[in-house]
Design a protein around this ligand. Sequence first.
Ligand code: GLU
Length: 504
Amino acid sequence: MSVRVRFAPSPTGGLHLGGVRTVLYNYLFARHHGGTFVLRIEDTDQSRFVPGAEEYIFDCLSWCGLEPDESPRHGGAYGPYRQSERKELYRKYAETLVTRGYAYYAFDTPAELEQMRETNRTAENPSPQYDHTVRKKMRNSLSLTDSEVKDLLEQNTPHVIRIKMPEHEIVSFNDMIRGTIQYETGLVDVKVLLKADGMPTYHLAVVVDDYLMKITHAFRGEEWLPSAPVHLLLWKYLGWESDMPQWAHLPLILGPSGKLSKRDGAKHGFPVYAMNWTDPRTSEHTEGFKEKGFLPEAFVNLLALLGWNNGTEQELFSLEQLVNAFDMERVHKGGARFDYEKAKWFNHEWMKKLQISDLRLYIEPILTANGIVVKDAAYLEHIIELVRERCTLLTDFVQQASYFFQAPQQWDVEAVKPKWIEEKKVFFETFTEQLNALANWNMEAIEELFKNHAAASNIKPGELQLPLRIMLVGGKYGPAVFQIAELIGKEETIDRISKSLPLF
Ligand code: GLU
């Protein structure tokens, strides 16, 4: 049997950390077993359709390097992979269920449904269900005669098809992470299978498509556990029980207070989506890991560890190592706490780990977008090597690298002012003349000149280094100041000192 897994998002908005982790675990499992990773778009709820959301999902997967094998874009033998394009095929399964007595037509109008809720609402039961206690009293094929039903159908009376949940039955399945899970059907929320517009609901479509697409393992978030008994019954009622995929319900990702939410991110200033997302309906913007300055290598690594480990202390894994090591049985049951400081640690480690030439490909566009002109790739790689230890996010390179390409536009004058004396000004005036005459432009020679001149001026060199840094860099950061001078060159060094000196 060859492994076939699927990620089945509804295109309703940005892709949350938890969603990408579901993609990742699917992908790792498929690759580990030499199987196939399917991406199916679950867009049967037309009222929740959001333009751009599907493209966004594909972009996120590409950024993470988690390309599906089959999808609406990649094609495959089990398409179409967009449920809205499969609309016609679901009705016959819903009708099969009616014929077998496992589902029924329901003709109730919205007003009748509201009436039912109103009549049955109590303090203990604020939102009454269309369950076995009321269904015989409603307008459906359980309460009406066959000929009444036939007439209503012939008159095209709006209707839905509902599953006939057994009153009291125990159903169970074996979750790959959680072991045996049991349900009492009388306590399960009752679901519609086919809506009045002819579209299936998620519950019918997920079962039909997992069957038709020959899915062997279905991994999804634990928020889907309450729906599992409905799906189990549908697999059984459709006669496909022996083909049912093995399920695993992945643990929640927890934020500072309960389930990690967009609100947590906004409140604490960290991203919760893979990439920036602006909701076209509300213009609400949610920050993404990509734009925040995360490497996809680090993002994938940190996600893998949110709920899984290989049983050792190892934390840094490449995608290839994850593919080799991943094992669904080692995924934890309990929620996985997201720690943004730890996320940044992963990024920092990956920034140190990556080949400079690969790192350059991520950094160069960020610098360009910030108006920094990079003419020489080798020069940029040299700079990256020099400052990468100091950067946690890719975006940190804007500050840490820009002064190698252009003079600062602002100077932290306040850092120098309190200890500034006229003698220091004189020192720098004459220092620029000496620099001009310096034959070998290298950091050792510049440093020696600086120290000798400081001694001759009777000022401690330590007192002069910070002003020099502020003049060349603009702020209190960067590698050794003489190294910076060497790299930006003689003319530029002299120019920056002369131009900023009057500010102090
Ligand atoms: N369409 C569901 C979602 O948006 C998929 C759940 C599943 O994988 O069964 O999460």
